[in-house]
Ligand binder design. Sequence first.
Ligand SMILES: C[C@H](O)CC(=O)SCCNC(=O)CCNC(=O)[C@H](O)C(C)(C)COP(=O)(O)OP(=O)(O)OC[C@H]1O[C@@H](n2cnc3c(N)ncnc32)[C@H](O)[C@@H]1OP(=O)(O)O
Length: 725
Amino acid sequence: MGIAQVFMDVGSDGVAVITMSNPPVNALAPSIIYGLKEKYTEAMNRKDVKAIVLTGGNGKFSGGFDINVFAEVHKTGDLLALPDVSVDLVVNTIEDAKKPSVAAIQGLALGGGLELAMGCHARISTPDAQLGLPELTLGVIPGFGGTQRLPRLVGLSKATDMMLLSKFIRAKEGKTYGLVDALASPEELLKVARHWALEIAERRKPWISSLQRSDKLGSLSEAQQVLHATRQQAKRTTPHMPQSQVCLDAIEEGIVFGGYAGVIKEAKLFKEIVLSPTARSLVHVFFAQRLTSKVPKVTDLGLKPRHIGQVAVIGGGLMGSGIATALILSDIRVILKEVDSNLLQKGLKSIEVNLEGLVKKGSLALDKKKKALAILKGVLDYSDFRNVDMVIEAVIEKAPLKQSIFSEIEKVCPPHCILASNTSTINLNVVGEKTNSQDRIVGAHFFSPAHVMPLLEIVRTETTSPLVILDLMNLGKIIKKVPVVVGNCTGFAVNRIFFPYSQAAKLLVHLGVDLYRIDGVISSFGMPMGPFQLEDVAGYGVSLAVKPIFASAFKGRTFESKLLELMVDAGRNGKANGKGYYLYEPGSKPKPDPSLQVIIAESIKQANLMHHGKPINVTDQDIVEMVFFPVVNEACRVIDEGVVVRASDVDIASILGMGFPKHRGGLVFWADTIGSSYIYSRLKSLEDAYGGFFAPSPYLEERAKKGLPLSLESSSSSHSTKSRL
Ligand SMILES: C[C@H](O)CC(=O)SCCNC(=O)CCNC(=O)[C@H](O)C(C)(C)COP(=O)(O)OP(=O)(O)OC[C@H]1O[C@@H](n2cnc3c(N)ncnc32)[C@H](O)[C@@H]1OP(=O)(O)O
């Protein structure tokens, strides 16, 4: 961040323009808050100032309160680091001042930024500025009066919608709701705002304090009905997010007892919720996600990413068509290659279906769909490959096939062309073994469905050039993915860390624990679905293909059973044929299938794990620990071997790639809330009872013995022979 400063410039018209400057987003750091207070006091005291225009520098109003302060409060527990903005600055200094303020908004006004603007007596904005109160995504609630002023400006339903869903709206939409008083072009913005401020001062325009308004709130009973319905919905959709209910508590206080009482209640609730485990987790996730874009020896070399105008995707199956969809949606021209016209037509059709799905959901306009399809071309040979900047191979997981494709594309593509593979498991050195282009071979591991899932795992080998990594990171951002750079090993980071997840669940079944109970417990923990339903949805082909790969790469710590083979023998292929661990019927939820018990009994018999044939007795907590601690253990190895740049990259990869609950802060963050010593001792006793699958890794053991968090960076604790990054 640059230097945080507040400037004031008083014009001959008697308008003081107060500008917040704290690049890149003018976050409201404590120094900005104090600076605002100081400039406002000066403006009030100066006789030549009639009115104030509040604005932000560098084309942005403000991205909200400085989230670093939350991180500081989480570290120290000291709430004094939070300045009193809501009453002292917004109510007393701005809203109740004897001179009017007008907010001149461009770029964005989010969180505390929008709350300052709502404390002003009018808001003028450029049409495309983004407005929103996204505090709930950080586990907190709006704390500068937003829970009170937004409902009073736009009405209760719209306001709860914007706050609970952390929805951003454009200013032109805000104008229709009454959040914005007038729109102006960037060139005219200040002029219009100055004029408006003077008009208020001279009483030619109304002098409105948002907090005093009630005209948009409806009657008390209507308001309470809306709040009740919203509460019920939030309980269903965000059961792990206490901030939703707390936000509604603050709103309700203001509806019942008036805006000022609401502001006081909001401030009190804010100070409680900011220390909640959810806020700690979500603030961690905010910074962890941004850290993924800082990759040593890649982003610190002063390199500039090259333009990627055209990409060839090889293979039009589920992954290839999803990747192509993601690319054309972001205006990148795509050549889709298949081996015969039948498969090509299928691939092109899947892309169209993907786009139609987005149109149906309302997230893609029809003309945007047409535009996207116009930059897609299907081909059956390599002749068009001479013009592409990147190839993404997405064929089935067979090493010899990938090798022959890579040696062919090396010959036909231009020398600058990046050669990427979407393999999820196969070592990239093997993929590129038959080429002389090791420096431009890279993994671009998308997650299915590729046009929806936000994670892009970028896999670098020891020879991949930094520029190639940077180009792929940049492309990832353009297509709205979160790129996480990892090292090359079997399963890379995500699939490797999560291989024990389904294996542990199967192990539990072979110890006599009910499969549907396991899925239920894991869903309640916060995963989008349990491990068995996930396997049904992903299809057994993937699980069966990777089983031997993991077994040979991670000898001694895999759990083998014949359950899946027995399922396939019995004609069960998962969701694909409507029959897996669950029964799938169109239009209804997956149903448990009692006849599955015969297959499970056979698999249990073959595995012969149960002591005297007796099922084990486990609590729900035992299930969570037996499923996730082996996953944490593998994450420890991945951190120790340098497969990830930093532990927090695992947090982001686990959330975005596997659906690990965000409100728990990601896998390693969650593990650290439990403590390395406890996890180690549990794994140790599970190892004694059930063998090597649970054996704690040396990294975990060392951290536990020293009482250190797993995420703490430390050179001395490394057991690895060599970093892969
Ligand atoms: C009391 C109040 O009610 C409480 C609050 O106001 S809480 C804050 C509410 N505001 C928010 O949640 C907005 C958070 N920010 C964002 O969503 C996005 O950063 C954005 C939409 C503003 C910009 O996105 P984008 O252009 O992709 O840039 P992005 O990489 O996210 O951010 C750029 C830098 O600004 C920082 N930043 C953004 N918003 C910040 C904030 N509110 N505080 C501190 N830093 C912030 C980021 O950490 C990043 O820093 P880095 O370059 O060192 O990694």
